[in-house]
Design a protein around this ligand. Structure first.
Ligand code: UDP
Length: 342
């Protein structure tokens, strides 16, 4: 990976997104993407660069990777700034849109870096909103399904207020993201900023990290299955998630950022097909033709039992819906992992 090489599956994905997203709205716009070297951030940078926007990608590589953006470095409409968004930063050029994606997002990182996670979504969003205010830019915040905590309303609509443990192991992420939303609303109320909040549900796809503290369930299971190591299920595997392929997610985020109708809105973006973690493990085992054993480990504290978005608002407001079936998305992710390991 890296250099000028852009992986075939990613390239194909970017083309898919461009077919669904009206790229003309982005052409010539100056867009700041915080966390631009991360999983979702780098996909967004790719689509925006291809849409002829002028992209400023900001990242401190706390969880993002140089190799996600190295192929963009020579492009004239792409600029990279290595910076920690919790520290003030000033731009001389005009900025039309700020997209704040910077944050670690893996539960293992919650244990190791809770303070940085709190800062990215409180101090970090404050700096990012300050930039938007100064430049009179639109603002997109990538919030999360985690603000609902262990939701008691399934499928979960945007009206649900959440069931979050303020002092549990996930609090640094859940409460920081809730605080981030509160910052967005405050800047909207006090300064009249044009804001949009996306509540992102579990997303997977190429460029997701599998290793160590960065690994989320899908890349972990794919890597375990491909190397015929035990697939590690936490708990009995009856907990559920609803997995959205990255191209669907990125298309939804871009539509939310650019749609005139979406000003001031808060919108769930995800796939509403719910699956248990045990079913996911079996599916990945089957698709990879793996001989991995399935191994059961203790369930982490406060691990939500069910997660499934109600996406009717996104469908209606943005004319968006997820298109990629789980099996198809997993096949692409598996192919990408195999290529990467070569
Ligand atoms: N999980 C698992 N085995 C793993 C990693 C995760 O069973 O090796 C479970 C985890 O306990 C959770 C679900 O998979 O119930 C999704 O985990 P992920 O890390 O992707 O993030 P979450 O959705 O909990 O934020």
């Amino acid at each position: 990976m890296g250099g000028d090489f852009m992986d075939g599956i990613i390239k194909q994905g970017i083309e898919e997104i461009k077919r669904e997203f009206d790229t003309e709205v982005a052409e010539g716009k100056n867009i700041l993407v915080t966390g631009g070297a991360g999983f979702l951030g780098s996909w967004i940078c790719d689509v925006l660069v291809e849409s002829k926007a002028n992209v400023i990608c900001l990242d401190n590589f706390s969880s993002g990777l140089k190799e996600n953006i190295s192929h963009l470095l020579g492009r004239k409409n792409f600029k990279f700034v290595q910076h920690d968004i919790t520290q003030p930063i000033f731009f001389n050029e005009e900025i039309d849109i700020v997209m704040h994606l910077a944050s670690r997002a893996s539960p293992f990182e919650f244990e190791k870096y809770p303070i940085q996670i709190l800062k990215a979504n409180t101090l970090g969003i404050w700096v990012a909103l300050g930039i938007a205010k100064k430049h009179e830019a639109k603002f997109l915040y990538t919030s999360t399904s985690e603000i609902y905590g262990d939701a008691k309303e399934i499928p979960t609509t945007e009206e649900y207020r959440g069931n979050v443990n303020p002092i549990g192991p996930r609090s640094c992420y859940d409460e920081a993201k809730r605080c981030g939303e509160s910052y967005v609303i405050a800047y909207r109320m006090q300064h009249g900023l044009d804001t949009r909040i996306a509540r992102i549900f579990n997303t997977y796809g190429p460029r997701m990290r599998a290793e160590g503290i960065y690994g989320r369930v899908v890349p972990r299971f794919v890597e375990q299955a491909l190397s015929n190591k035990p697939i590690t299920i936490f708990g009995d595997g009856t907990q559920t998630r609803s997995f959205c392929y990255v191209t669907d997610q990125v298309e939804g985020l871009l539509k939310l950022a650019f749609s005139e109708r979406a000003e001031g809105e808060v919108v769930n973006i995800g796939n509403d097909r719910e699956i248990t973690i045990l079913e996911l493990a079996k599916l990945i085992k089957e698709l990879t033709k793996s001989s991995s054993e399935i191994e059961f480990h203790p369930l982490p504290k406060d691990d939500p039992m069910r997660r499934k978005p109600d996406i009717s608002k996104a469908k209606k407001l943005l004319g968006w819906k997820p298109e990629v079936e789980l099996e198809e998305g997993l096949r692409m992710m598996i192919e990408w992992f195999k290529e990467k390991e070569r």
